[in-house]
Each structure stands twice: as C-alpha cells, then as structure tokens.
Design a protein around this ligand. Structure first.
Ligand SMILES: [Zn+2]
Length: 147
C-alpha cells in the first residue's frame, strides 16, 4: 500500500502530479467538441480581461481559479448551481463558460463528472488546468485585436 502523502495537497499550483492535467490529445478533442457549440464558442477574452491578466499574471489567475472552483463548483450541492458563474468580470468566469465547467450540469455533460458528489482534489486540478490552458491560448489569440 502506498503511504499517504500529507503534502500532496491540490492547493499547490506547482503540482508534479501532471497525470491529472489534460493531455494534448484530450485537449484537442475537447476543443473540437466545444467549438461546435455556438454558446461555448462565443466566449472570448475582452480587452479588460486581457489587461487584468497582464497586470495580475498567470500565477494569481490560477490562484483565483482554484478559489472559484473550490467555492462555487466543488461542493456536492453548490449554491445556485447553474447560475453560480457570472458571464463576465473575471477571465476565469469566461473560461468556465467556454470550457463547459461553469456548473455541475455542464461538468457532467462535457466532462463526465457526476453531479451530487463533492469534487475530488484531482477533479479540481483537472478543471483548473483546463481553465488555465484555455486562458493562455485565448490571451494570445486576442492580443492585438480590436475588442
Ligand atoms: Zn453550466
């Protein structure tokens, strides 16, 4: 039996347990599914979100992503589930809508994560890694474009 590692907390943003992060193939497959959804694909980072990213930096954004997912998505019965993620105001919110991680229904539909149970640390890590990947790709695409 493996020894329990007390330090294997998912709060660490520099986790070495990359096996739970989405691999390139799965990411491309997911993006293919998402871009066929009119609703998902209309979400883009605007000028203010790009500025927010540039002034805060990706590490801070990732900390926010962990906080939002833990508080708003991870509980077995999240408060206001289905309406807990605003449509704007933070790059992470936009990324959640764009990646189908805005509520527990979407998490089940897009990622096969069942409703009604608390998210595990690995599932939280998975969602955050999706969000950060989407944000970093879309920050580059939008840069230099008119809002
Ligand atoms: Zn949703």
């Amino acid at each position: 039996m493996k020894a329990f590692k007390p330090n294997a907390a998912v709060s660490s943003s520099t986790t070495s347990e990359n096996i739970f992060l989405i691999n390139d193939k799965a990411w491309l497959r997911l993006k293919g599914r998402l871009c066929r959804s009119k609703f998902r694909s209309r979400f883009k980072l605007g000028k203010s979100e790009i500025e927010y990213l540039q002034t805060r930096g990706m590490d801070i954004i990732q900390t926010h992503a962990f906080d939002f997912i833990r508080q708003r998505l991870a509980p077995s019965m999240p408060r206001n589930d289905g309406k807990q993620t605003p449509m704007k105001g933070h790059p992470v919110f936009i990324a959640q809508h764009a990646t189908g991680t805005c509520c527990r229904t979407c998490l089940r539909k897009w990622h096969g994560i069942p409703e009604g149970t608390e998210l595990t640390g690995n599932q939280i890590q998975y969602v955050v890694s999706l969000l950060m990947r989407w944000i970093s790709e879309n920050a580059q695409i939008t840069e230099g474009e008119k809002p």
